[in-house]
Design a protein around this ligand. Structure first.
Ligand SMILES: *[C@@H]1O[C@H](CO)[C@@H](O)[C@H](O)[C@H]1NC(C)=O
Ligand SMILES: *[C@@H]1O[C@H](CO)[C@@H](O)[C@H](O)[C@H]1NC(C)=O
Ligand SMILES: *[C@@H]1O[C@H](CO)[C@@H](O)[C@H](O)[C@H]1NC(C)=O
Ligand SMILES: *[C@@H]1O[C@H](CO)[C@@H](O)[C@H](O)[C@H]1NC(C)=O
Length: 569
């Protein structure tokens, strides 16, 4: 454990553990070691409950029936490892190796170059899961790259540039190219039910592109920087559209629900950047929008019997979304803990900046806890600041107390606890539940994650789509020339990452002209100042053959034209 403590000390900046003796502190003290042990038990190859999972594979839960969770999700794996980076290095190296392999596994969403990175889950022997599922899910590549970038940034501080550039960057770049090319496409949400655009997905995509541009700059991979930065601005613009006139975040653009969803609270804690203060553009935990949203989200679970009689200024059980019917629609441990974590994060920033601002948007959140709070800014020397921070701390702790109340004596955290009696249900030992416990403990202790660049971002005045070009919607003529010898009846086609290149569809790929054989040619209008990936395809007698990996990539100029001179690979 010596190395793990050293790593924690290097990675984390403790702002001091406040002395207290509340029941939340007592619960965390007994539950933390249990959560750590049970989380590690779910990771292959040596975890005691990982049931044969390969090295670096995270089992969502050891439960094999009712429900069967013996799979590995990209999202869960990435969130779990974002936490673990702060604890154990050898496991991280295994994770990198596992993800490097699985990026290349052909699966029902495609190959590495045709959308396969959006595949949400795999079998734990690293083979493709081929059953029916809600696919693609586009948060996985974003979360995986964020986890790997956190690791890369740490290694850079250790002077380990060669591993970052040689091993980590190619994995990260595949994911970020996928995000840059696909953020403006629909996919399934983090609960794997709604096929539309999803706030959580959009927010983590935005974060990953910002971090990716910064890492690329740091290690001299400058060709991708402007493309990632342009798309990040486009994604940030789109992110604002989830805020609704009723004063909360609509979690998904589809699905036909209220849109009140833990998705939104999870977004605030997983995109927390204390350097950004209470900025609402990135929905920081203490921003007026995120606090108003938290209140609306929490209140939507007054429908649970176990919440009856709990006053509105005290913690209650919260679930994924009020319309949920999975296993009867229950509160989840990780969502209830997420509420506490958002509030702990908010307290950290208010104390750090020495003031709290109450706006018309956040006022209902504050008056629920401190009746009569007026809009305005309260310095840390004021009685109102003290009243608010005291009340918010107690409110946060009371959500932990709900989790404590419904945690069995052995400390095991399942996925859910029943809405009627608080009895653990659905998957046992959910790895994500344990990770949520550990990050809530850190947040309560004032641990601040590393900054990812959320500070001072401005939203573009008009929102572009990713294929509409970053430079304001213009297009440029791009000529593709490829040397390829063919047999009679065989033709060369082109497909790539933007609409004008058929969005990687082999069926709709563009036929090149053989007038200059053996050079095949086509000229296409592509969005200006945009990173575009492509490959050539052979079609012969109905058979389709793609060029070998990796994808070809260009960044189109802001104006004028461009000619790519390639040879078939
Ligand atoms: C760089 O980090 C990798 C991954 O942990 C490790 O295998 C390698 O030994 C490190 N190299 C140096 C020079 O520290
Ligand atoms: C694509 O981006 C535009 C501009 O932000 C937005 O209006 C549209 O809803 C987005 N569509 C998807 C599926 O992301
Ligand atoms: C998800 O929605 C998109 C856009 O509406 C659609 O093209 C796609 O077929 C849908 N996927 C599934 C699995 O329903
Ligand atoms: C491709 O070849 C043409 C003609 O020789 C040249 O003008 C162009 O700059 C080349 N493109 C690249 C990307 O090198």
């Amino acid at each position: 454990m010596r190395w793990s403590r050293l790593l924690s000390a290097l990675l984390l900046s403790f702002t001091g553990v406040r002395a207290q003796s509340s029941s939340a502190a007592a619960f965390f003290a007994t539950e933390s070691p249990i959560a750590k042990a049970n989380l590690l038990a779910n990771i292959g190859p040596s975890g005691s409950k990982s049931q044969g999972a390969k090295a670096g594979i995270v089992v969502a839960s050891p439960s094999t029936s009712n429900p069967d969770y013996l799979y590995t999700w990209t999202r869960d794996s990435s969130l779990v490892f974002q936490t673990i980076i702060e604890h154990l290095r050898s496991q991280i190296d295994n994770f990198v190796g596992a993800q490097q392999i699985m990026q290349q596994v052909s699966n029902p969403s495609g190959t590495v170059s045709t959308g396969g990175l959006g595949e949400p889950k795999f079998n734990i022997d690293q083979t493709a899961f081929t059953g029916a599922w809600g696919r693609p899910q586009r948060d996985g590549p974003a979360l995986r790259s964020t986890a790997l970038i956190t690791w890369a940034n740490f290694l850079l501080t250790q002077g380990n540039t060669s591993y970052v550039t040689g091993t980590l960057w190619p994995i990260i770049k595949l994911d970020l190219d996928y995000v840059a090319s696909n953020w403006n496409q629909t996919g399934f949400d983090l609960w794997e039910e709604v096929n539309s655009s999803s706030f959580f997905t959009t927010a983590v995509q935005h974060r990953s592109l910002r971090q990716g541009a910064a890492l690329a700059t740091a290690i001299g991979q400058t060709s991708v920087v402007s493309g990632y930065t342009t798309q990040a601005a486009n994604v940030l613009c789109f992110l604002q559209s989830y805020w609704n006139s009723a004063g909360y975040v609509t979690a998904n653009t589809g699905g036909g629900r209220s849109g009140k969803d833990a998705n939104t609270v999870l977004t605030s804690i997983h995109t927390f950047d204390a350097a950004a203060g209470c900025d609402s553009v990135t929905f920081q935990p203490c921003s007026d929008k995120a606090l108003a949203n938290l209140l609306t989200y929490v209140q939507s679970f007054s429908i649970y019997a176990i919440n009856s009689g709990i006053p509105s200024n005290q913690g209650s059980a919260t679930g994924r979304y009020p319309e949920d019917s999975y296993y009867g629609g229950n509160p989840w441990y990780l969502t209830t803990l997420a509420v506490a974590e958002q509030l702990y994060d908010a307290l950290t920033v208010w104390n750090q900046q020495g003031s709290i601002t109450v706006t018309a948007i956040s006022q209902p959140f504050f008056t629920n806890l401190v009746p009569g709070t007026a809009t305005g800014t309260y310095a840390s020397t004021t009685a109102t600041f003290t009243a608010i921070t005291t009340a918010v701390k107690a409110y946060a702790d009371s959500f932990v107390a709900v989790v404590a109340k419904y945690t069995p004596a052995n400390g095991a955290l399942a996925e859910q606890y029943t809405r009627g009696g608080g009895v653990p249900t659905s998957a046992a030992d959910l790895t994500w539940s344990y990770a949520a416990l550990l990050t809530a403990v850190d947040a309560r202790n004032g641990v601040v994650p590393l900054s990812w660049g959320a500070k001072g971002l401005t939203v573009p005045s008009a929102c572009n789509t990713n294929s509409g070009g970053g430079g304001g919607g213009g297009t440029v003529a791009v000529s593709f020339n490829v040397q390829a010898t063919t047999v009679f009846g065989e033709n060369i086609y082109l497909a790539g990452s933007v609409d004008a290149l058929a969005d990687w569809s082999p069926d709709n790929a563009l036929l090149l002209s053989a007038n200059s054989y053996p050079t095949w040619k086509i000229t296409v209008n592509l969005p200006a100042n945009t990173q575009v990936q492509y490959k050539y395809i052979r079609k012969y007698n109905g058979a389709v053959t793609w060029e070998s990996d990796p994808n070809m990539q260009i960044t189109t100029p802001a104006s004028g034209s461009y000619t790519a001179n390639d040879s078939w690979r």
